[in-house]
Design a protein around this ligand. Sequence first.
Ligand code: S3P
Length: 441
Amino acid sequence: MSGAARVDWRSRAAGPLRGELAVPGDKSVSHRALMLGALAEGRTRIRGFLEGEDTRATAAVLAQLGVRIEAPADGERIVHGVGLHGLRGAARPLDCGNAGTGMRLLAGLLAGQAFDSTLVGDGSLSRRPMRRVTEPLARMGARIDTRDGLPPLVVHGGRRLHGIRYELPVASAQVKSALLLAGLYAEGETEVVEPHPTRDYTERMLAAFGWPIEFSPGHAKLSGGHALRAMDVDVPADFSSAAFFLVAASLVPGSELCLRAVGLNPRRTGLLQALKLMGADIRVGNERSSGGEPVGDLVVRHAPLRGVELPEALVPDMIDEFPALFAAAAVAEGATVVRGAAELRVKESDRLASMAAGLRALGVPVDETPDGATIHGGALHGGRIDSHGDHRIAMSFAVAGLVASGAVEIGDCANVATSFPGFMELANGCGFDLAPLDRRA
Ligand code: S3P
């Protein structure tokens, strides 16, 4: 699926950035709305659905499992729920594409079914660790075969699951969510305790769909044997997509951008705090609740940034925003120190290595450590970098190109479509100078 044709980009100095932007819907919420809608009784209408390859892959998997999903308009889905026990086995492997969230959550959801399933993914997903979900699911009675801890996952059906209390060794919303989804099918209580609270969309959405669940930051508990009731889901704009524009406008002199109706779940907005510590000028206005989630408009103006020692406690709340933070740190005055972020090594690429290599290629000294890096901010020159097929690395270097003294060529950008279709058009619309790179030119 993703990355079929090689796409390279070139980003050049430009700006100031101006305008009002609506970034696409939240990826995490879109995945979960599809899954809970599929298992619910009745019709779930999703508005603001992310039309990304990751979330479309999840929709296609659910369709293979017998769920009718209509797409009446761009960004809209109607999921005809089949009820908790209404899925049917698929003849062929279920392709999650590039999506770790899709694969890990589906592993939990499928562990309690009567039929066998095989989950596969693209090259990057096939290198991502799966024992973090298969081990605790096995403790619940599931049987899932892996290729030495990696995909494909063969999820055996017809298993009797029982609830467990599980203390996550690493903060992960995907692992927590996989266990809670398996817990819907388990006898007794499934309880998850996290070392640091992570995004709680699964918990909030289960409650909204009428499933009894107790949860507080870092803790969730539910029991099996209830039902999900279909509902309408309004998906907020994805903070992780807004993040690139928050950094871009901070870096480019004279910029002012307004990002509309962005999801502000506190487990997602660590980058706001990090950028403010660095001296950014970002204001949150028009705060309100939409579909049970806090949203607001973000107004960001250019401000000179300074390097910081990033508080480790912020790491889980900005786990997807490190590529963007590294771009900010590259331009900030002084050093930015990141620690406690070893999880970045097992994302769509090894993000510590990908960002360090890319920034060095643009003349920014980076000292890499096993769980972080020190970025010595200063001036960027042009150069050629590799995104390693990682959407967020590609977009972060598109941002870096705005303030580099020469053109930044970014290799392997097709996967931007996994989370942010239309990024290039939106970016150019507010003042970027970003174009496909014609290698023949
Ligand atoms: C996600 C959880 C995070 C995040 C990912 C989406 C989710 O992964 O990085 O982009 O939707 O639950 P981990 O649980 O592996 O930290």
